[in-house]
Design a protein around this ligand. Sequence first.
Ligand SMILES: Nc1ncnc2c1ncn2[C@@H]1O[C@H](COP(=O)(O)OP(=O)(O)OP(=O)(O)O)[C@@H](O)[C@H]1O
Length: 583
Amino acid sequence: MSAPENAGRLPVADRAAMFGAVKRLVVEDRAAFAGVVALYVLAAGAGAALPVMLGDVIDGIGTGWTASRVDLVCGAIVACVVVQLVLLRTGRRLGYRLGERAAAKLRESFIARVLRLPLGTVERAGTGDLATRTSGDVGAVAELLRKTGPEMAIGVIELVVLTVAAFVVSPLLGLLFLTGAPAFIIAARRYLRLASPVFLAERAAMSEIAETLTASAAGSQTVTAYRMQGERGAAGYARAESHMGRLKGIIRLQTWFFPATDLTFLTPAVVVTVVGGVWFLDGWVTVGQVVAVAMLTLRLDGPVFRSMMSLSEFQMGGAAMARVEGVHLMPDEVRAAVPEGAEVRLDGVTFGYGDGPDVLHGLSLHPRRGERLVVVGPSGAGKSTIARLIAGIDRPRSGSVTLGGAPVADVPLEVLRRRVILVTQEHYVFTATLRENLNLAAPEAGDAALYAALATVDARWVADLPAGLDTMLGEEHHGLNLAEAQQLALARVILADPDVVILDEATAGIDPGSAGNVEALLAAALDGRTVIAIAHQLQAAESADRIAVVREGRIAEEGAHAELLAAGGAYASLWWAWKGVAA
Ligand SMILES: Nc1ncnc2c1ncn2[C@@H]1O[C@H](COP(=O)(O)OP(=O)(O)OP(=O)(O)O)[C@@H](O)[C@H]1O
C-alpha cells in the first residue's frame, strides 16, 4: 500500500494490491476465465492457420500435391476463417459477461467497505474524493473489465499466437518476424506517455461542460431573474470550445501516431520478403514458408491497432481501479468496547476539528436515562459538536464520552448505530418504495407498525400517496419536500427504537406551527428513551425535562425552564431575545 500523503486521505492501491485484486477476481471465476482465454487462443490460432496453410499449398503444388489435396486444404482455409469469426464472437460475448461479473463484484465490495467507514473518516478523507471514486472511478473500472481489458487480451494473445506461428513455420523467418517488435515497444511507450494527458484533459473538459450545464439548469430561476442567460450561454459555449480543442488534440495525436505504428508490421513484412527471398535462393527456406511468414506479418495490423487503441484507456482504467481498490487499504478501526447500560456521559471533554483550536473546553454533561434534555446556545457554541461526539462520529481530544461506561468512539459501529441515532437536518430519501425507506430502520416491521410510526410524526401526506406504502419515492418518482423527508427520518427513528436519540435541529424544516406538534408526538413515542434535542427554536426547551445552555464550548447553565428563567442568566437572555423575535 502506498502511504497516504495526508493523514486521513483515502489511500490508492499500488501494483501489488491491484495484482492481488485482479488475481482474486480471476480465481473466483477461474472456469469462465480459462474458457474465455481458450476461445481467444483458438480464435487467434484459426486466424494464424490461414497463412500457414496457404504456404503449405504453395510448397505442396511445387512438390506435386494432387488437385483434390489442394482443394481440401483450401476448404480448410475457408473453414478457418469461419471458425475464427465464430470463436471470436463467442469469446467477446463471454468476455463481456465475465468482465461485467467481475465489475459487479468489485463494485459491491467497494460499496460494502465504504458503508463500513465511520462518518468521521469519510469527512476527513473528503466527501468529494469518495464521490469521484463511487461514480467516475467505479464506472471506469467496469469499462476496463468488460471492454478495454478483453480487447487488450485479444490483441496480446493474437500477437503471441502470430509470433509462435511464424517460429513454427520457420525459426529463421521467425527471427525476422520479430524485427517489428522494437518499433511496437517504442511506439506503445511513446503513445502512452503522450496520449494519457490528452485523454485526461478531454475528460476534464467534458466534466466542466457537464458542471456548467447542470449549474445553469439547477439555477435556471436565478439565471432568468438576473437576466444572466447570455452570460451562462457564453460560459457553456466557452466550455464546449475548450472540449472541442481537446478532441482536436486527440485526433491530431492519432493522425500522426497510428500511421507510424504501421511500421510495426510493415518493417517485418519487407524484411521477411527481401531477406526471406535471398534465403530461398540460398535454399535455406521454401517459398511457401516465406509467403506464410510474410502474410503472418501483415496480420499483425489488427492486434497492433487494437492494443494501441486500448492502451490509454487501459492505463486510465488502471488508475481508476487503484483508487477503487484503495478503500480496502483503509485500516479497519478496532472498535470492541461493550456498553453496559444506556447511560450517556460527557466528562471533561476537550475537542477540536482536525488541527484546529479546541471548540469544546473540558465540557461535562450527564443526560439522565429516559430524560429529554434540550441543548441550546448561540450559533457556533458547540452544540452540534456535542451531538457528533455522542454519536461516536468524532473522538474527544481529552476527557471521555461514554455509553453505558464504554467510550462511544470504541463501540462497534453496528452496535452503536442500533443504540444511538443522530438525526440532523440532512435527510436522504432513497429511490425505493416508502415501505423500503422505512424498513431500512426495522426490516421486520409490518405495515401496521410502519403506519403507526408515520402517524406519530404527523405525516398526514401519506394518506394522499397514490400507492400507499408501495409508492416509489425519489426525485424521478414521488418527491418529498424537506418537511416530509424530515418526518420520514423521524419515523425511521421510532421504528429503529434506539436507547439514545439525538435530534440536531431535526424539525427545523417543518413549519414552526407543526414542528411543536411533531416534537410533542415524538417525545411521547420516544418515552423512556434518552432524547437529546439541539434546538434553535426555544419553544422545544419549555417542555424539556432539563435544559443545558452551551456557550463557547462550555456548559454555561443547566436546569429546568422555570428555574433557569428565574435565575435570569444566559438562558433567560436567550429566551427573552427569542420571545422578542418570535413575538
Ligand atoms: N467540520 C468542522 N471543521 C472545523 N470547524 C468546525 C467544523 N464544524 C464546526 N466547526 C467549528 O466548531 C465550533 C462549534 O461548531 P458547532 O457546529 O458545534 O456549533 P453549534 O452551536 O452547533 O452552531 P449552530 O447553532 O450554528 O449549528 C464553531 O466554531 C465551528 O466553526
